[in-house]
Design a protein around this ligand. Structure first.
Ligand SMILES: [Zn+2]
Length: 297
């Protein structure tokens, strides 16, 4: 127990009414078959982050490659997801222009503005216009996790839209959350309780848990903790084949190709490594799967 530690937000959480427990074997028996989900990944903003945060530079593979800390160009994504009957969902929120232009007015404190290099964030496509362009109501936001750069589109999202996270995501405690808790609470103020997907252990032992999101085997979410306490990834069955959205289980292309987990932006390194290796093994078993990483193409 971490006494001087804070949760990401103290906003109320409830059990999500969405999702059905399944297993990795049931998911994997199906994912190479075409499915009905349309998924559009949009780079909402360009940004930079320290490589030491994005990749564990102490990993022997990073040492051997001579990787040194520096600013690395990255992107912030939002994924627009269409299901034929369940409607329009988003994975993560992208970045709203207001968040970059006037973070102070949204309760983003000085420490966060500086640490997160918000002055180097440049919005390309704001969530508001992306959502409007679909011309259909947004049903919900599926959050890989609740870090700043994933909720930064929230000012553009209507107050009544439900947010879904992995189990324990909001309440995972870490000292650094002292800097973000007030801001996150403000972002969630006046919004419905955060709906936590109720994972149980994958009976096949490959993952920490697998949920069939809509109960029709079209979209799966996998519990991939480590980067945060309740981090989740997604596998969507599209007409062209499976698409894996790793979220920040892996930030960078180098990290994915070399199997090196994120660096200092980590909640628990041991489980983060396990989650990354489990996703890599999944993609090796399904070579046709398109992989969309946390912050790089
Ligand atoms: Zn991130």
């Amino acid at each position: 127990m971490c006494i001087a530690c804070f949760s990401q937000t103290t906003h109320q959480t409830i059990a999500a009414g969405l999702g059905k427990q399944t297993s990795s074997s049931a998911m994997e028996a199906l994912i190479d078959k075409p499915g009905p989900i349309e998924i559009e990944t949009i780079a909402s903003a360009d940004w930079v982050a320290n490589l030491s945060g994005l990749i564990n530079l102490k990993d022997p593979k990073a040492v051997q490659a001579g990787l040194k800390d520096r600013e690395e160009p990255i992107q912030i994504y939002m994924h627009l997801l269409r299901h034929p009957t369940e409607g329009f969902y988003m994975i993560d929120t992208g970045v709203s222009k207001r968040f970059v232009r006037d973070p102070k007015s949204l309760g983003v404190g000085w420490a966060v503005r500086n640490f997160a290099k918000l002055d180097k964030m440049q919005v390309r496509v704001e969530p508001l216009s992306a959502v409007r362009s679909k011309g259909v109501p947004l049903q919900g936001i599926l959050m890989t996790h609740l870090h700043l750069d994933h909720i930064s589109g929230m000012p553009d999202i209507q107050r009544d839209i439900p947010f879904y996270t992995g189990l324990g995501e909001a309440n995972g405690k870490k000292f650094e959350n002292v800097f973000v808790q007030g801001m996150e609470n403000r972002f969630f103020e006046g919004r419905p309780a955060i709906r936590e997907l109720q994972f149980t252990k994958d009976p096949d032992g490959k993952f920490e848990g697998v949920i069939d999101v809509f109960g029709d085997e079209s979209l799966f979410t996998i519990l991939t903790p480590g980067h945060t306490a309740g981090h989740i990834s997604f596998v969507a069955r599209t007409p062209e084949g499976p698409v894996l959205v790793t979220g920040d289980a892996c930030h960078t292309r180098w990290g994915w190709e070399h199997g090196v987990e994120p660096g200092t932006f980590t909640y628990d390194r041991e489980s983060e490594r396990k989650s990354l290796f489990a996703l890599k093994a999944l993609s090796e078993r399904h070579p046709n799967m398109v992989v969309r990483l946390g912050h790089q193409p």
